[in-house]
Design a protein around this ligand. Structure first.
Ligand SMILES: Nc1ncnc2c1ncn2[C@@H]1O[C@H](COP(=O)(O)OP(=O)(O)OP(=O)(O)O)[C@@H](O)[C@H]1O
Ligand code: SF4
Ligand SMILES: [Mg+2]
Length: 418
């Protein structure tokens, strides 16, 4: 432990915390008072993912022969505009992290293409790939295991600076201090070790490390899910402020639909390695079309007592199937309540529905053979799998997050982007 240790609790209060602004509790339709600026949808997308596949070999037997594939990500395509936040949601094991890791080239994709600003990232190797890594970074879920406990904060943040010969003026110490200020940490913390910090502060250090190389795209993999509810809002506020100030583009992976609703411009819903619905955030929450999305959103508690009474919870039966042996046709058919309600139509088992655009709803795409039937039938009479709230065990609402409008920091970035 370094001699200048100050326990995390004695660190001066974080300016991002005061004053707090009440965040929409889960399920509320209103938006933050000062939303982040809209993405630039006019130019070509910053990130283009096409037919992405990440399959992991299954090895078995004494000789570890390959006996099959885990299709963690299977033909996934989406784009993210510059300055946009795309939320990626889905149950555990649906392939969100694998998608994110493939984009930042931690996992080598099995197929497809990933283009950043038109450049094919999968074609890059060796020194070229190292050089381009500056443009995309990842913030990890677990701020405890993602920071090397043997390195000081300064060494952690300084490592990517060294790799990329930054900053241009060679003043490494000043730059580390600036990056710490940018994430609202005291520059003097550079001499301390990760164990001296709280989870929220560690996540800020992870964000400062990601920012060190001045990236354009950051993949945020559940950046707040390992944190106390009380500090989750600070990190969300910070990410929003950084996006405004630095023009960042985010792929934001999350379980918490309320947080995704707050931070994302568009949302992509993933099930068993594929995308089943993509839509602007308001359109998705106001009118989900895919039976899986309808079920996910039906689980979000509504704070209004009357509306909560009316809320119909759709409970999906069974576990997510194995990605080593996905169901035929529509992968969701083994758990689809709409398939049951429609009398098990043959095409659901025979044909994989493409992620088609809805003619009436710009930017809304759904992978279901019956995209118009879900909303109508989910409101119909109850069945074994659709329960009226009150009869079904509805989990208690989590304490509301407190997220206040974004406020500019005093630390200015030393780079600018056209
Ligand atoms: N290195 C690996 N080798 C084999 N299988 C893997 C590997 N990494 C992930 N998988 C499998 O790929 C599938 C998708 O995993 P992934 O971690 O991407 O899901 P996720 O949506 O991020 O889940 P969670 O919400 O729990 O983080 C899972 O079935 C997982 O077991
Ligand atoms: S295609 Fe069939 S099984 Fe798949 S989501 Fe639509 S109704 Fe359900
Ligand atoms: Mg994950």
């Amino acid at each position: 432990m370094s001699s200048g240790f100050v326990p995390a609790t004695e660190v001066p209060p974080d300016p991002d915390l005061v004053p707090l602004h009440r965040y929409d509790p889960p399920g509320v339709a209103s938006l933050p008072e000062e939303p982040p600026p809209g993405p630039d949808h006019h130019g070509s997308p910053l990130l283009e993912v096409s037919d992405l596949r990440v399959w992991f070999p299954i090895k078995s037997g004494v000789f570890r022969r390959q006996s099959g594939w885990i299709r963690a990500v299977d033909d996934v395509s989406f784009t993210v505009a510059r300055g946009e936040t795309l939320g990626l949601v889905g149950e555990s094991g649906s392939g969100k992290t694998t998608t994110g890791r493939a984009i930042v080239r931690v996992n080598r994709p099995t197929g497809g293409s990933i283009r950043l600003d038109g450049e094919d990232l999968l074609a890059l190797k060796g020194a070229d790939l190292r050089k381009r890594r500056r443009r995309f970074q990842m913030v990890f879920q677990d701020p405890y295991s993602s920071l090397d406990p043997r390195q000081t904060v300064g060494e952690i943040i300084g490592e990517p600076l060294d790799i990329h010969a930054l900053p241009a003026d060679g003043d490494r110490k000043r730059r580390i201090g600036e990056l710490l200020e940018l994430v609202n940490l005291d520059p003097r913390f550079a001499d301390r070790y990760p164990h001296e910090f709280s989870g929220g502060q560690r996540q800020r250090i992870g964000i400062a490390r990601a920012l060190a190389v001045e990236p354009e795209l950051i993949v945020c993999d559940e950046p707040i899910s390992a944190l106390d509810v009380s500090v989750q809002a600070q990190v969300i506020n910070l990410l929003e402020r950084l996006q405004r100030e630095l023009g960042l583009t985010y792929l934001f992976i999350a379980h918490d639909l309320a947080v995704v609703r707050h931070i994302a411009d568009r949302v992509a819903v993933m099930y068993l390695g594929t995308l089943v619905e993509v839509a602007p955030v308001d359109a998705l929450f106001a009118g989900p079309r895919h039976p899986y999305t309808i079920a996910l959103l039906s689980a979000v508690p509504v704070p209004d007592a009357d509306r909560e009474q009316q809320r119909r919870r759709i409970i999906l039966t069974g576990d997510i199937p194995s990605p080593a042996n996905p169901p035929s046709g529509c992968r969701f058919h083994t758990r689809c309540w709409l398939y049951e309600k429609l009398g098990r139509p043959r095409e659901c088992v025979d044909r994989d529905p493409p992620l088609d655009p809805l003619p009436t709803d710009v930017g809304h795409r759904v992978a279901c053979h019956f995209p118009d039937r879900g909303p109508a039938l989910s409101a119909g009479a109850g069945s074994a799998i659709i329960d009226v709230a009150g009869d079904a065990p509805v989990p208690p609402a989590t304490p509301p997050l407190q997220i206040r409008p974004v406020r500019p920091s005093t630390a200015r970035p030393t780079w600018s982007r056209a």
